[in-house]
Design a protein around this ligand. Structure first.
Ligand code: NAD
Length: 422
């Protein structure tokens, strides 16, 4: 653990890393330097103070951020993360990733991200609601249906989005389309909650079809068992794949014969950790999970978990990035040398924002879709983007990350030029 932390310090910050990925792709794609200079920094960065009187009478002063990276292609779009490490540098990196992700997926959005530097697991429901309402009001002047639309991310969920939407609506009038990832009773879309995990599976199916893999034979390891990790595990389990390793913040587990995913989901839905589940498993150290031999490794927790400290020990045939920015540039280079393909975050976990786009469009049109239509459109769009990226990879003999960034950058650059920013 000490080694991993020391290594993170030696490696780049998330912000530097995402900028490096973009710079390298811009150079390879021959993007004009003037456009690159516009895309190298954020349009707007807001820091707000969010005070909360706690249940025990003490005062908590949390800090919150909203970074709007680029809005040339449409309203800013991006999640809200509640986590002790959600500082401005991380939020900035995640906002830029959203610009590249929405462009790659060809959605009519720009990129943004928000963060509140708190540990939500230490707050009561009343405290969480009060903090969320104050945060929403502090940011409301830069948000809106056609300005900037938040969604859930690490540490937030549909209930948090409901409070956020209510606080925003109390100032601006009923505005369900101002927030996505809401509960279905408040204008949420059936299919949005599982969309990131399902999207990962649609991408994996497209990969498997292209390269003749049989997913029923696949051994899969998933790091993180929240929204993304639990949904990708249950969807893969339903397809017949063997989920041999999973983890959450409390611990990691392994069963070579396949874990009982349904029981893990039941335990986590009841508020427990995967390690509390009544299933047969062997305990692992957190870092050991990432180095298990498997066909598909799906990091679906926090960023920067595959670094130069552990990359040589990774024994996966394919890495599918469920989390945002789980692989550092140094580790990415080693994986490329070792011939281990990495399907990058901006492609792999794009089901979440694509699902948010469906929810936003339904709210604006006041016309609801059945979940079957939601899933069919999601599969169709993600498969099309996967094929487009793979064609680029095969044409240019480059990594999936380079291809994804190049396609995204060219789209954003076109919009920036057409709007007359440069
Ligand atoms: P979540 O809060 O629902 O779940 C996070 C999970 O990671 C939890 O199970 C937590 O216990 C676990 N975790 C935290 N620290 C860990 C550690 N050190 N080791 C192992 N597990 C750890 O969050 P989420 O919405 O599932 O998001 C997970 C990742 O996916 C994030 O990187 C997020 O940015 C990305 N993402 C989420 C969405 C979405 O729609 N929710 C969309 C795109 C990308």
């Amino acid at each position: 653990m000490v080694d991993v932390l020391a290594d993170r310090v030696a490696e780049m910050t998330a912000d530097e890393a995402v900028r490096q990925y973009a710079e390298e792709a811009a150079e390879a794609a021959g993007l004009a330097p003037d456009v690159s200079r516009v895309l190298d920094s954020s349009y707007r960065e807001i820091t707000v103070q969010v005070p909360l009187r706690r249940d025990d009478g003490s005062l908590l002063v949390a800090h919150g951020y909203r970074v709007q990276h680029n809005g040339a292609r449409g309203p800013y779009k991006g999640g809200l993360r509640y986590h002790p490490d959600a500082d401005l540098s991380e939020v900035r990196a995640l906002a830029a990733l959203m610009t590249w992700k929405t462009a790659l997926l060809d959605l009519p959005f720009g990129g943004a991200k928000g963060g509140l530097q708190v540990d939500p697991t230490e707050l009561s429901a009343r405290e969480l609601q009060a903090l969320t309402r104050r945060f929403a009001v502090s940011l409301s002047h830069v948000l809106g249906v056609y300005r900037d639309i938040p969604a859930p991310d690490v540490g937030t969920n549909a209930q948090v989005m409901a409070w956020f939407m209510d606080a925003y609506s109390s100032r601006h009038g009923y505005s369900p389309a101002a927030v996505t990832g809401k509960p279905i009773d408040l204008g949420g879309a059936p299919g949005r909650e599982p969309a990131t995990g399902r999207g990962l599976v649609y991408i994996l199916e497209a990969f498997a079809r292209r390269y003749g893999w049989d997913l029923e034979e696949a051994r899969v390891v998933v790091q993180g068992f929240g929204n993304v990790g639990s949904w990708v595990a249950r969807e893969l389990d339903a397809l017949g794949a063997r989920v041999v390793g999973v983890s959450d913040v409390k611990g990691a587990m392994f069963n070579d014969g396949g874990l009982d995913v349904a029981e893990l989901v039941r335990t986590v839905e009841a508020g427990g950790s995967v390690v509390d589940a009544d299933v047969s498993y062997v305990s692992l150290a957190q870092d050991e999970l990432l180095t298990l031999e498997c066909d598909v490794l799906i990091p679906a927790a926090l960023g920067q978990c595959i670094t130069k400290a552990n990359v040589d020990r990774v024994r996966a045939a394919l890495i599918l990035e469920g989390a945002n920015h789980p692989v550092t540039p140094q580790a990415d280079a080693v994986l490329a040398e070792r011939g281990i393909p990495v399907i990058p975050d901006i492609l792999a976990n794009g089901g979440g924002v694509t699902g948010s786009y469906f929810e936003w469009a339904q709210n604006i049109q006041q016309f609801t879709w059945a979940e079957t239509r939601f899933n069919a459109e999601l599969r169709e769009r993600l498969t099309r983007v996967f094929d487009e990226v793979t064609d680029y990879v095969e044409r240019h003999l480059c990594t999936y990350r380079r291809a994804s960034y190049a396609i995204a950058l060219e789209r954003v650059a076109r919009a920036v030029r057409l709007r007359g920013y440069v």
